[in-house]
Design a protein around this ligand. Structure first.
Ligand SMILES: Cc1cc2nc3c(=O)[nH]c(=O)nc-3n(C[C@H](O)[C@H](O)[C@H](O)COP(=O)(O)O)c2cc1C
Length: 193
């Protein structure tokens, strides 16, 4: 059974360290048999969410973005740590989505921090946002500190522990997505009430 996993980088820098990390995780999803797609938020133009009730009146870029999320079985979200949280760009993109877009999807989280303390705050905030839209976040997560040096190592040493963690994250999202798609994990009736 094939599932699709969408990787999203929430950095507006191009190229970005977050994007590199998300792409490694997508390779893990591919190894677990998933079709993958990568979306770089810096490459699309999304307006600010203004809370309008007529969501169909947002520009086509919003409909296309939400369509990508809806059509994926699993999603990997990556964010740089910005002032102990996710980027405003990623939060805005998620605000443009509703529970119907994310509900019952498996999600894996990656945080990338320039500093030594790593990106656990950004990841924890993302986990809370994902709960709000009814997604299932896998327990395994990847928080990368000191990104400059860390990512060079991740890319050069494909057997490094962090490279392995990223591959495992993608693999976990693909594997759990398959369980939902096959009905082995029955999520019907588990919608937020
Ligand atoms: C506005 C802003 C806030 C930041 N805040 C933090 C922070 O709280 N902790 C940290 O370790 N790094 C922080 N950084 C550094 C980024 O996390 C780091 O440069 C990251 O690798 C950027 O990822 P990217 O290449 O994917 O954009 C901040 C950078 C910016 C621009």
């Amino acid at each position: 059974m094939s599932v699709s996993v969408l990787g999203i980088s929430g950095s507006m820098r191009y190229p970005s360290e977050t994007g590199e990390a998300v792409e490694v995780a997508l390779r893990g999803a591919e190894r677990a048999g998933a079709h993958t797609q990568y979306l770089d938020l810096s490459r699309i133009e999304l307006p600010f969410c203004d809370g309008r009730s007529d969501e169909d009146s947002y520009p086509e870029s919003v409909q296309a973005f939400r369509g990508l999320i809806r059509s994926a079985h699993g999603i990997i979200l990556g964010t740089p740590e910005y002032h102990n949280s996710m980027t405003g760009a990623l939060k805005n993109a998620l605000d443009l989505c509703s529970g119907a877009d994310f509900e019952h999807k498996m999600v894996g989280l990656i945080g990338v921090a320039g500093g030594a303390i790593s990106a656990v705050n950004a990841i924890n905030h993302l986990r809370i946002v994902m709960r709000s839209v009814g997604a299932w976040v896998v327990p395994h997560q990847v928080s990368i500190a000191n990104t400059d040096a860390a990512l060079r190592r991740i890319n050069e040493e494909t057997d490094s522990p962090m490279h392995e963690r990223l591959l495992k994250l993608g693999g976990d999202v693909a594997k759990f997505s398959k369980l939902i798609v096959a009905g082995i994990i029955d999520v019907s009736g588990m919608e937020e009430v």
